[in-house]
Design a protein around this ligand. Structure first.
Ligand SMILES: [Cu+2]
Length: 191
């Protein structure tokens, strides 16, 4: 094996571990914040209420829904847009730009309606073989995956161009880097 490959693998290994550690830090923070709100008797608060929900401004050029998503500013292990709406069969141009001060790798995986929990489980299960899944961009091997970016380093971006499903529903999108998906997710509402 060539030496520069070894170095690259070691760097990837470092970031794998760093990302997972940071991911669980944020997950723990969200859970604790949620618990405090519940103990405080705020009935409307959900356990994930530490994450600010942001609805995308409706930007459309012609009949194309143009959606631009980045990591959140307050929590770099979230998406800044956690919900957007498109029409059934509408053309969608969805850009995920990994523009963040925090050097974390992310992807964006759009999935079938109702599969959020199972995709989160698949993503977290990848932790047992980080090297294998790193090579696959942490994209789950599941028929529930509709669209996905590659694993994006900081400053990288990718645009997905696709036709929205004909069937109305809430289609989850998640970052499937292990440890991220519990918080780093959102919904594409086809309505
Ligand atoms: Cu991520």
């Amino acid at each position: 094996m060539e030496t520069h490959h070894d170095t690259h693998d070691q760097e990837n290994g470092f970031w794998n571990i760093a990302n997972v550690v940071i991911g669980f830090g944020f997950a723990a923070f969200a859970l604790v914040s949620g618990s405090i709100l519940i103990i405080g008797g705020i009935k409307a608060a959900k356990p994930t209420s530490a994450v600010v929900t942001t609805v995308a401004p409706s930007a459309s050029s012609g009949d194309v829904a143009v959606i631009n998503i980045k990591p959140g500013i307050a929590n770099p292990m979230s998406y800044d847009i956690t919900s957007f709406s498109v029409k059934p069969g509408q053309k969608v141009k969805l850009t995920f730009a990994n523009e963040s001060a925090t050097p974390l790798q992310h992807n964006l995986v759009l999935c079938k309606a109702g599969t959020k929990d199972s995709i989160i489980a698949l993503a977290n299960g990848m932790m047992t073989d980080m090297a294998k899944w790193m090579g696959k961009g942490f994209i789950p091997e599941s028929p529930d995956v509709l669209q996905h970016t590659k694993l994006l380093n900081i400053k990288e971006s990718e645009t997905l161009e696709f036709t929205a499903p004909a069937e109305k529903g809430d289609y989850p999108y998640l970052c499937t880097f292990p440890g991220h998906a519990m918080i780093m997710n959102g919904l594409m509402k086809v309505e």
